[in-house]
Design a protein around this ligand. Structure first.
Ligand code: IPM
Ligand code: MN
Length: 360
């Protein structure tokens, strides 16, 4: 029997509640498809920080390294730890495990209303590939002349040949796979999200790498768009997009907008992928920890369940992954179960239960 070891970090705020539902679904499909899942839960996060002075132990990556995948709930609670400190947990794993692809599918399921008027289940089906280890998140810089009237801060973005090339190549490979499996876009297209009209070094460099990589994919349409224009086109013509490849910060920003296209933060999932599989990949809902909703059972667990679906796809349990998607669609289409973000009154666990039932 196949067996997977999954590290589970529920994290802060609503993290525990959504993780419970995600694990409910993971266990249900493992029984149905006859594979074994062994989970180990780590209590890292802001409470851990309050008692240990760090978000996770120094040797956390050594501990996590032996797992097949990591599931992360959500991290951060501004009342306990400043955000720029709590985010170190996430960034240390993304960078330390060279999870250079942040895979963020944006699909609006039938039965879900997007706050964006133009978005329908027929026209929102795209994937953002966000670079996840360098760029604007490189953490290079410093504070200078602090406490004087001449104080200043420098934050330098780092774009390496290797870093740009591998993530752009991943985007083209994905566009090819989507085309082959009947993706919505008829031709297959990779939009490069850039800003080379203003960022005359980093983004000019990014553009040149994009053009070079694209040469190897004559079957996939090239497309270049400035990040500001992308935010406009996401709203105006969501059907235009297939795969979008973006730097770390641009990808961060446009995927929150993407989450709105797909019905809200409650639906948006992400995978932090190390494609070479040298290290485990990590899957997480991209919504925050929403501390004020903690233990109220109000949040939508679909983003977390979608993260489990992506994890299974990555592990090669494709049938189980497809089944989860089918179950989610069935529940949403029936419009019988709605959490508060969807204008309903059902609890987090009721949404999880309904999806579990649809699986069986
Ligand atoms: C995300 C989040 C993180 C990011 C924060 C919590 C550091 O916004 O995963 O999109 O900026 O990457
Ligand atoms: Mn974000």
């Amino acid at each position: 029997m196949k067996s997977y070891r999954i590290a589970v970090i529920p994290g802060d705020g609503v993290g525990k509640e959504v993780t419970d539902e995600a694990m409910k679904i993971l266990n249900a499909v493992s029984q149905k498809y006859g594979f074994n899942v062994e989970t180990e839960t780590f209590d890292w996060g802001c409470d851990y920080y309050l008692s240990h002075g760090v978000m996770m132990p120094d040797d956390a990556l050594d501990t996590l390294k032996v797992f097949d995948s990591i599931f992360l709930g959500c991290i951060g609670d501004i009342n306990k730890v400043p955000d720029h400190v709590s985010l170190t947990l996430l960034l240390r794993i993304r960078k330390g495990f060279d999870q250079y692809v942040n895979l963020r599918p944006i699909k609006l399921y039938p039965g879900v209303r997007s706050p964006v008027e133009t978005a329908t289940s027929g026209n929102v089906d795209m994937v953002v590939i966000r670079e996840n280890t360098e760029g604007e998140y490189a953490g290079v810089g410093g504070f200078f002349k602090q406490g004087t009237p001449d104080a200043f801060a420098i934050q330098t973005a780092v774009f390496t040949q290797k870093g740009c090339e591998r993530v752009i190549r991943y985007a083209f490979e994905l566009a090819r796979r989507r085309k082959k499996f009947g993706g919505r876009a008829p031709v297959g297209m990779v939009t490069s999200c850039t800003k080379s009209n203003a960022l005359n070094y980093s983004m000019v460099f990014w553009d040149s790498v994009y053009q070079k990589v694209a040469e190897a994919y004559p079957d996939i349409k090239r497309d270049i768009a400035f990040v500001d224009a992308i935010t406009m086109w996401f709203i105006k013509n969501p059907e235009y997009f297939d795969v979008i490849v973006a730097s770390n910060l641009f990808g961060d920003i446009i995927t929150d907008l993407g989450a709105m296209l797909q019905g809200g933060m409650g639906f948006a999932a992400g995978g932090n992928i190390n494609p070479e599989r040298t290290y485990p990949s990590m899957f997480e809902p991209i919504h925050g920890s929403a501390p004020k909703y903690t233990n109220k059972g109000l949040v939508n667990p679909i983003a977390s369940i979608e993260s489990v679906r992506m994890m299974l796809e990555h592990l090669g349990e494709e049938q189980a992954a497809k089944d989860i998607e089918k179950a989610i669609i069935e529940v949403l289409r029936s419009e019988k179960i709605k959490t508060s973000d969807m204008g309903g009154t059902h609890k987090t666990c009721e949404m999880g239960d309904a999806i579990k039932e649809a699986l069986q």
